[in-house]
Design a protein around this ligand. Structure first.
Ligand SMILES: NC(=O)c1ccc[n+]([C@@H]2O[C@H](COP(=O)([O-])OP(=O)(O)OC[C@H]3O[C@@H](n4cnc5c(N)ncnc54)[C@H](OP(=O)(O)O)[C@@H]3O)[C@@H](O)[C@H]2O)c1
Length: 297
């Protein structure tokens, strides 16, 4: 089975390549400058070159704070790009998995979000990703939208790498304790996406489906940082002191949802896909990072 992944160097795209080798699947990634999702013809060309069985759209504008002041570019990638991915895949009669985010919700719910909850994004990135979901459903007859949250890996712009980099410069880091979510190792998300890919190539969807894919448990940003530094020292990575604060003491350009928890019950029920607990994923990611610390440098 051959999969074309749009967005070549991102956390999830990279993890999908590695997961493909483990699962004996052929993964072709394509990204800038050759493939720009906002230019439909570049997706059409990639589909013709690769001749995949399925397309995964992992390309996105993910700079949440910069998005507040870069509306046009954010929507160009996350809405127009998503529409192009949907219509190009549909034209080639290919199934599509489109990746989306917990940030389509405002975080006011007092429990994990389920697929039937009504989205209400509280920042520009979330609005653009919600717009992307809508155009994907409009442009493809049977797309699978997979929402994930708090992705990290050994490289790239993510909470784990930021914490480890800051620890090399600061004796103390202030971390918010009033945002909770489902910290998810990109490798675990990639394994789950490939399971879904196999399932929908085997048995094509008859219409649109949205699924949440996250770890079964959750943590606050502060708890996640605590666990990172608990593990950092024995692995020979930089560690530092932590100070617990709340979001009002750490203003950022984009508002963040207080509750980013996603329920993956539907994913388990329909496809028997279950991600490992967050501490388990973090342990594996950090061990791998310690073996190759250049990844986050
Ligand atoms: N990171 C998270 O915490 C998180 C949480 C929930 C959901 N998600 C979603 O999961 C998906 C993958 O996220 P990620 O963490 O892997 O993101 P990422 O590491 O920021 O990677 C995004 C990729 O998209 C590519 N890209 C941006 N604009 C593009 C364009 N116009 N054409 C083609 N490629 C373009 C980037 O290319 P360059 O390498 O050229 O910059 C980058 O490789 C996204 O849909 C994201 O919204 C992420």
């Amino acid at each position: 089975m051959r999969i074309l992944v749009l967005g070549a160097r991102g956390q999830v795209a990279t993890a999908l390549s590695h997961a493909g080798s483990r699962a004996n699947m052929e993964i072709a990634t394509s990204g800038r400058p050759f493939l720009d999702v906002a230019r439909r013809e570049t997706i059409v060309k990639a589909i013709m070159d690769v001749r995949p069985d399925l397309v995964v759209n992992a390309a996105a504008y993910t700079a949440v704070d910069a998005a507040e002041t870069h509306w046009a570019e954010t929507f160009r990638v996350n809405e127009t790009g998503a529409a192009n991915a949907a219509s190009a895949a549909a034209q080639a009669n290919l199934p599509l998995i489109h990746l989306s985010t917990d940030y389509v919700f405002d975080g006011m719910k007092n429990a994990p979000y389920v697929e039937s909850d009504v989205p209400a994004p509280c920042n520009v990135y979330g609005m653009s990703k919600l717009a992307g979901e809508d155009v994907v459903r409009a442009g493809h007859p049977a797309a699978l939208v997979v929402r994930m949250g708090w992705i990290y890996s050994q490289r790239g712009r993510n909470f784990l790498c930021s914490m480890l980099s800051l620890a090399r410069e600061k004796e103390e880091i202030a971390v918010v304790d009033d945002q909770i979510g489902c910290p998810t190792f990109a490798d675990d998300a990639a394994d789950g996406i490939l399971e879904l890919a196999k399932a929908i190539v085997r048995e094509p969807l008859q219409g649109h489906l949205t699924l949440h894919m996250a770890v079964p448990d959750h943590a606050s940003r502060f708890e996640l940082a605590q666990e990172i530094f608990l593990r950092a020292k024995p692995l020979g990575l930089a560690a530092t002191r932590l100070k617990r604060i709340d979001s009002s003491q750490f203003p950022l350009p984009a508002r963040r949802p207080a509750n980013s928890r996603l329920s993956s019950e539907q994913l388990a029920r329909l496809y028997d896909v279950r991600l490992p607990a967050w501490r388990d994923g973090l342990a594996r990611c950090m061990s791998s990072l310690a073996r190759n610390p250049a990844g986050f440098a």
